[in-house]
Design a protein around this ligand. Structure first.
Ligand code: FAD
Ligand code: 2HG
Ligand code: ZN
Length: 477
């Protein structure tokens, strides 16, 4: 263990009290491993401040001692963004206890939420006021507002409401030296210099610690329709997306693609998962919703699916008849990540391409991976309406997991070559974290990366905020 971080523990305990600090190895271990179990770090302490004053003092003390800090929310990062380094030189700062709803205003259509509140709790608070917080991810029961903003999470409704970034009006954050940035304005218009809140959103804990935010709400949905269909091909799925968007673009709030392989894993590993349509190679999950009453979404969906069936694009379809059925259909999609985790080793490519190029991407990336790793199981799924596919690969049947994972970089490079050829991005929504800084030079080099480094240098000159994440050789990990 590093002396600087370990030596600081008594001073940090003084700030947060005995209940606010964990330093027993058994207690800190869950905070030191990432959700995918790719990285196991070590930390002398997990600090859990109870309020902003404690948080700011903890940051001040770490900064003064030059000790690296790893902000952590629900620890659901897919890129090990919240995992401390293995050498024990970094303190984990958990936001879990700073979790109040400070304000909710159905006229302004905003809520002011502290970073440690889970996304699900924030959604529920909005619903209790007749509003909706329009951000939804499978990890919403665990992921926290601070983490969701720090990663600029996307998810199932980005196609209609945008990413987390699009929902943020104001922010409060503790900067790298412990100064508190208070910009919790709930203004729809506010052109007053650089937009610092947007700098912090998506910065993955490398510029400061988000402690609260003002989020935009929308009116609660009055009508909701969810359908699962099997489609002839990714091209057919894209055509169906186009048809639905033409019919009622404001009502199309989710359009998700799943390949047969992934659906098979969900049915195998997830208790209670039932497929209500004939098994197929390609599936689309659609949600239409609107705050308008008697909007006739059911007819829109039925007519569109019938037309697509006649055209041969859709083969089979089921429309949910109740809230329970809607949840059961969504479960088939949302459990994809967990089912793949249970299946064993998996290499993830959270990539985006222009929406129009998704079918070409799927075909070319599959061919590239099958040529590279004979027998590999290709398990693509994701937010097709955003051009964001989780192009995941499961180890060949019977293969050794560790040997498969050793090929991760080669597989990611093969997929990346296709993504690049199609003008896409190597990280659509999960971020860069600890897994992908090595890709930054080749994908975002030149002026883009140089400017990012200048921002980092200006806001965190000692490199204490989440060292080793996002920027290559930022120090630490
Ligand atoms: P953590 O994992 O704790 O942290 C993530 C990053 O944010 C780290 O770099 C951390 O240092 C930083 N951070 C955390 N809190 C703060 C803070 N208060 N201030 C500054 N930095 C902070 N992502 C999507 O975009 N779309 C999806 O559909 C989606 N689905 C998922 C499904 C599953 C099952 C899982 C496990 C993950 C999924 N994710 C998805 C990944 C996604 O990034 C996280 O779920 C979520 O955004 C992270 O929130 P968290 O609180 O768990 O953050
Ligand atoms: C999702 O959309 C998440 O379910 C997880 O972003 C993706 O497991 C993955 O690769
Ligand atoms: Zn996703």
């Amino acid at each position: 263990m590093s002396t600087a971080a370990t030596a600081l523990v008594p001073a940090l305990r003084e700030v947060v009290g005995p209940l606010g600090l964990l330093d027993d190895a058994a207690d800190t271990a869950p905070y030191a491993e990432d959700w995918r179990r790719l990285y196991r770090g070590r930390t002398p302490a997990v600090v859990r401040p109870a309020n902003i004053a404690e948080l700011a003092e903890v940051v001040r003390r770490c900064a003064a001692a030059g000790v690296g800090m790893v902000p952590q929310g629900g620890n659901t990062s897919m890129v090990a963004g919240a995992t401390p380094a293995a050498d024990g030189s970094q303190i984990v700062i958990s936001l879990a206890r700073i979790n109040r709803l400070r304000d909710i205003d159905p006229i302004d259509m905003t809520m002011t939420v502290e970073a440690g509140m889970t996304l699900k709790a924030a959604q529920d608070a909005a619903a209790a006021c007749g509003c909706m917080l329009p951000l939804s991810i499978a990890a919403e029961g665990t992921a926290q507002i601070g983490g969701v903003l720090a990663t600029n999470a996307g998810g199932n409704t980005t196609v209609r409401f945008g990413n987390a970034r699009d929902l943020v009006l104001g922010i409060e954050a503790v900067m790298a030296d412990g100064a508190v940035l208070s910009a919790l304005r709930r203004l729809r218009k506010d052109n007053t210099g650089y937009c610092l809140r947007q700098l912090l959103v998506g910065s993955e804990g490398t510029l400061g610690i988000i402690s609260a935010a003002v989020l935009k709400l929308v009116p609660a949905m009055a009508e909701r329709e969810v359908a699962l269909c099997t489609v002839a091909s990714p091209e057919a799925a894209l055509a169906l997306f186009g048809r639905l968007r033409r019919e009622d673009p404001a009502a199309l709030i989710a359009f998700e693609y799943m390949a047969g392989e992934g659906m098979g894993l969900v049915l195998r590993h997830i208790p209670g998962a039932v497929l209500p349509v004939a098994a197929a190679a390609h599936y689309a999950l659609i949600e239409l919703a609107t705050p308008r009453r008697a909007a006739g979404l059911r007819a829109v969906l039925e007519d569109t699916l019938s037309a697509a069936m006649e055209a041969g694009a859709v083969r089979d379809a089921v429309i949910a008849e109740s809230g329970a059925q809607r949840a059961a259909l969504w479960k088939l999609r949302e459990e994809h990540a967990e089912a793949q985790r249970r299946e064993g080793a998996s290499v993830k490519n959270d990539v985006s391409v222009p929406v129009s190029r998704v079918p070409e991407f799927l075909a070319r990336a599959r061919a590239a991976c099958e040529a590279l790793v004979p027998g590999v199981r290709v398990v693509p799924f994701g937010h097709m309406g955003d051009g964001n596919i989780h192009f995941n690969l499961a180890q060949p049947d019977g293969a050794d997991g560790a040997a498969f994972l050793a090929q991760s970089h080669a597989i990611m490079a093969a997929v990346g070559a296709v993504v690049r050829a199609l003008d896409g991005s190597f990280s659509a929504e999960h971020g860069v974290g600890r897994l992908k800084p090595y890709m930054m030079e080749s994908w975002r080099g030149g002026t883009e990366l140089a400017t990012m480094r200048q921002i980092k240098q200006a806001l965190d000159p000692r490199g204490v905020m989440n060292p080793g994440k996002v920027l290559p050789d930022a120090g630490g990990a």
